[in-house]
Design a protein around this ligand. Structure first.
Ligand code: ZN
Length: 245
């Protein structure tokens, strides 16, 4: 099976369309949350997830757009964009989003959480100490995470005592053959990368080869910026897309 793994689309339709074209055919779609918020096309992005029967979880921005967590936990720009995103949702798309949980087990080998197993909604899993503590909280070999918008991962060795953090390169491939070596894998953000690479980020799991490959793809950033301007979204959120910050 070829599985497309995406996270943090953030209502960026141009970016997710580019990812779908670049990724080609796949057997399943896993979406790690924050499908909406920040960007200009919330309904279109959710409709794509529904049509493609994504195995999905929810994120902090999704919940804020639904009014389920306090908007004051966000900076003014993000708050404004979340309010606007929430107001756009069709009843069907709102209902789909409301059903999602912030973490879920896939099978005996894979689990997913938007932030982390410890705090599925809020934790930014970026540091070695956090990874060590979180490896204790799930049994599967691989936990897929999003939220930080950084394409990266952590590798825990056989004995479970040495944890290595890595930033991913486009085309980098992780070998999952040894099931005693465990991972956190963050595919990066489709719609608002923050690792100084503005290209949309995603990953592909090949279950037959037991590999996960990281990818980046350029998309039409100016189209998304134009759509955001037309929607009256904050200028800082529009500009950051071209810098990948
Ligand atoms: Zn996000």
């Amino acid at each position: 099976m070829r599985i497309l793994i995406i996270s943090d689309i953030h209502s960026n339709l141009a970016a997710i369309e580019a990812v779908f074209i670049a990724a080609g055919s796949y057997d399943a779609l896993w979406c790690l949350g924050d499908t909406i918020g920040y960007g200009p096309r919330p309904n279109e992005c959710i409709t794509l997830m529904r049509d493609r029967e994504a195995v999905a979880i929810t994120g902090n921005h999704d919940l804020a757009c639904l009014g389920k967590i306090d908007l004051h936990d966000f900076n003014p720009d993000a708050r404004q964009a979340n309010i606007w995103n929430g107001e756009q949702l069709s009843p069907e798309n709102r209902a789909w989003l409301e059903e999602l949980k912030p973490n879920r087990d896939i099978d005996g080998r894979f689990t997913m959480a938007h932030g982390s197993p410890r705090q599925p909604i809020w934790e930014y899993l970026l540091m070695h100490d956090q990874a060590m503590a979180n490896f204790e909280l799930f049994n599967q070999q691989v936990c897929l995470i999003g939220h930080s918008h950084v394409q990266m991962g952590f590798r825990l060795n056989h004995a479970g005592e040495r944890c290595e953090r890595f930033l991913a390169d486009n085309g980098q491939t992780i070998d999952l053959t040894d099931r005693h070596v465990r991972y956190f894998i963050n595919p990066g953000s489709v719609g608002q990368p923050r690792d100084k690479d503005p290209r949309a980020a995603y990953a592909i799991l090949d279950t037959a080869a037991a590999t996960i490959r990281y990818h980046r793809i350029a998309y039409d950033i100016t189209r998304t910026q134009r759509e955001m301007t037309e929607a009256g979204l904050p200028v800082a959120l529009i500009r950051r897309l071209e810098y990948g910050i």
